[in-house]
Each structure stands twice: as structure tokens, then as C-alpha cells.
Design a protein. Structure first.
Length: 237
């Protein structure tokens, strides 16, 4: 935990796929030093700025020291047998007693945890949600999912196009419907199910939307993305 210049508290907002991929990289070979260049290459970031934004967070959680050298915690972090204890160490060092008393895990209401981060940090719902998901992943004590890391796009590399899935009546073929496009960026992923819409008597359409937000995006920019989704997908302001 750290205090910003404005006096508000800040907490790590490392996305699940970045956390998973970093662990897989450390399992293959523990680097002598973690640098922006290392992170950009290892995690597939398109810009060095995203890597530079991640570097201080890795120092905050204790995986690297002030010089970027992996710590003993990083050695435990990469081992399957030691990961649960490493996660507990990070939680104990990063988060206040109040949060740990309210939400001790292993399973908690994500909305309530997100609201706590919003109150404490003064940030928006999107950034608080990322902070909450990282905390919940740590207190679960579960190993990061390798399959999830493979299924998500790493860093700010553009995701593969995802086709919309339509449920058409067996008696009538459905007219082709184009899926809405979103601009891929960095690190934060949000899967949204658009409401079913269709003409009377016609097919219902189910759409999955995946949004990738840049790791160097501010809280206001993240909130603006979700506000835009609410406006254009759900018709709400």
C-alpha cells in the first residue's frame, strides 16, 4: 500500500493475465534483474511505458527490490508448492487489517470488495474493480490459472477478433449481424454480455464483448471506457 501525492491510498492493480504470465516466465528462468525492457519483451507490451508503469507495482508487492533484483518472495512466488504462502505474505504486507478482517477469503463478494477500494482510494469503479480482483486472487490462495493466461491477451498486444454468437430458430436462418468493435489496448479485461435484442419473431442475439485497456490508462480514462459501454450497449447514461 502507498499514499499518493493527494493523500489518497493506492493499491496494486495488476491484471490476472499479467500476473500469471510473469509467474510462468519466472518459472522458466528467474531473471538477474527485472527492467522495463525485460517486462516489455516477456509480457508482450507494445510500449515501454506500460512496462515502466508495472515496474513500481512489482516493487510494492515485494517481488523485486529497489534495484529490480528478484527477492526471495519472487522465488517462492514462482513455485507451485510455495505460491499460497507467498500470496499470504503479499496480502499481510500490502493490505490493512480492516480489509482483511472484512474479507478474509477464500471466497468473497467481489462487489463489496470493489466498493471498499472505491471508498478508500477515491478512484472509479473500473480501477477499483481491478484492485479488488487482484486482492481476491491473492486471498483465495489458489495458483494462477495457466489456461486463463493463455486465453487472455498479454499486455497491450491486440487480441484476436471474436465473432458474435447468434441463436437462430431452426426453421428460419438468421440475417448476418456484425459484432460491435472495440479498441484493444493494455492489461484490463472486461467481459460484458450485451442484452438480447431481436425483431419480433426473429432470432435473439447474444454478444460477448472483450475490452482491453492500456496499463498506463488513468482511473478517469478507465471509467470513461465503461461509461461509453453502458451508453452504447445498454442505452444508459
Amino acid at each position: 500500500m502507498a499514499d499518493s501525492a493527494s493523500g489518497t491510498k493506492s493499491y496494486p492493480y495488476i491484471s490476472a493475465n499479467v500476473w500469471n504470465e510473469l509467474r510462468l516466465r519466472f518459472q522458466k528462468s528467474l531473471p538477474a534483474k527485472v527492467t522495463p525492457s525485460y517486462l516489455q519483451t516477456a509480457l508482450g507490451f507494445n510500449t515501454e511505458k506500460a512496462a515502466r508503469n508495472l515496474l513500481p507495482q512489482l516493487k510494492t508487492v515485494g517481488l523485486i527490490d529497489a534495484d529490480g533484483v528478484p527477492t526471495d518472495l519472487a522465488k517462492a512466488f514462482r513455485m507451485d508448492a510455495d505460491y499460497p504462502d507467498a500470496a499470504k505474505t503479499i496480502v499481510a504486507s500490502m493490505y490493512p487489517d480492516e480489509l482483511r478482517d472484512l474479507f478474509p477469503g477464500p471466497t468473497e463478494n467481489s462487489t463489496e470488495v470493489t466498493n471498499w477500494f472505491m471508498r478508500e482510494t477515491g478512484g472509479g469503479q473500473a480501477s477499483a474493480g481491478t484492485q479488488a480482483r487482484f486482492y481476491l486472487a491473492l486471498i483465495s490462495g489458489e495458483l494462477p490459472s495457466a489456461e486463463r493466461a493463455k486465453s487472455n491477451t498479454n499486455g497491450d498486444a491486440p487480441p484476436k477478433p471474436r465473432a458474435a454468437r447468434a441463436k437462430a430458430p431452426s426453421s428460419k436462418p438468421s440475417a448476418p449481424t456484425a459484432a460491435p468493435s472495440t479498441k484493444p489496448t493494455d492489461e484490463v479485461h472486461a467481459n460484458q454480455d450485451a442484452p438480447s435484442r431481436g425483431r419480433r419473431g426473429g432470432p435473439n442475439l447474444h454478444i460477448d464483448v472483450q475490452v482491453h485497456i492500456s496499463a498506463d490508462a488513468s482511473s478517469d480514462q478507465i471509467d470513461a471506457v465503461f461509461a461509453s459501454m453502458a451508453k452504447h450497449l445498454y442505452g444508459t447514461e
